[in-house]
Design a protein around this ligand. Structure first.
Ligand code: FAD
Length: 288
């Protein structure tokens, strides 16, 4: 299980994939996973659609990672549209498929969910599902959760966010993965504050290599992460030159990663959007 890897001294390397929209694209993601697996990450995570639409695909892909790639799989699980029997059934399905690592999330309000249904959802927060996941598991289970170096967009301030993060840590989370960030100083300050709040749980840093000008707009809109001048200058310089932008974006991510390793980060989680070539390049450059 992944929690054992975090107990070693090394930096834990991981990356994230998402299920394809079309059912017949599932073989495409298997090929991508074979390529990622050749880079030997410590684990690979699979996202979960907030409305539950991808739940079967998430489990199938996680099982492929665990059993065929022989790499630890982390299955994301968003509870916003779930009731308790469904949550329990998913944990049991994952366990039956050999998957014993879960990222416990609340999720965002799905487009087809009314404000009333969102307000009345069974599980208010990620911390509510952690004990149920543990109880539903057929044996030991490793549970991860999300955290936000620049605070969650719905939090009044970072202090409030850290208060609720401590609840997740106290509920027995084995490690955290951060929202993507482009400014290491934000992460380092957040990690220091988390430790000051008594949160000793390992924190893996979420890094998204920006390989196109279009990508940053969507990512920043979704995450609320700030963009430092150095990165916006790269976008201004190379935004209209796709090849140069890709190279500069990967270099920027690599610089971020090297500096974080020097700061003894617990882990590096790559948000690589199913791009195995980007994972390969990042890992190659890091090993040089
Ligand atoms: P929570 O932990 O519930 O936090 C949400 C807000 O509520 C925060 O403001 C927090 O401070 C506050 N809060 C927390 N606990 C309490 C409490 N007990 N009482 C009052 N307030 C509280 N989305 C997907 O749809 N699918 C995915 O696969 C996915 N993967 C992700 C992976 C990572 C690493 C990250 C960082 C995010 C991911 N997301 C995913 C997005 C995530 O679902 C959203 O950010 C969502 O808005 C919050 O989920 P959460 O689990 O952090 O929620």
């Amino acid at each position: 299980m992944i929690n054992n890897i975090f107990q070693t001294d090394k930096t834990v390397f991981s990356c994230e994939v998402f299920p394809p929209k079309r059912n017949d694209d599932i073989y495409g993601i298997f090929k991508t996973l074979d390529e990622i697996q050749a880079c030997h990450p410590d684990f690979i995570s699979v996202t979960y659609g907030a409305g539950g639409g991808t739940s079967k695909k998430t489990a199938t892909i996680a099982a492929y990672i665990q059993n065929i790639c022989e790499t630890e799989a982390l299955a994301h699980l968003t509870s916003v549209a779930m009731d308790e029997p469904f949550l329990r059934s998913i944990v049991k399905e994952l366990n039956a498929k050999g998957v014993h690592n879960v990222l416990a999330l609340r999720g965002d309000q799905p487009r087809d969910m009314s404000d009333e249904d969102f307000a009345n959802r069974r599980f208010k927060h990620a911390s509510d599902i952690i004990p149920i996941i543990r109880d539903a598991a057929d044996s030991d289970i490793c549970i991860a959760a999300a955290c936000y170096p620049e605070q969650h967009p719905q939090s009044a301030n970072l202090e409030e966010d850290l208060h609720f993060l401590k609840l997740k840590a106290d509920a027995g989370v084995n490690f955290f993965i951060t929202q993507m960030f482009f400014d290491n100083s934000k992460f380092l300050r957040f990690r220091e504050q988390a430790r000051a709040h008594g949160i000793q749980t390992p924190i893996s840093a979420g890094i998204m290599p920006i390989t196109s000008a279009k990508q940053i707009g969507t990512s920043v809109q979704l995450s609320g992460s700030s963009v430092p001048a150095k990165l916006s200058n790269l976008l201004a310089k190379y935004g209209d030159h796709p090849e140069d932008m890709r190279k500069a974006g990967i270099e920027y991510a690599n610089e971020q990663i090297r500096a974080l390793i020097a700061e003894q980060v617990d882990g590096i989680h790559l948000y690589t959007m199913n791009k195995s070539d980007v994972v390969q390049e990042i890992y190659d450059q890091l090993r040089r």
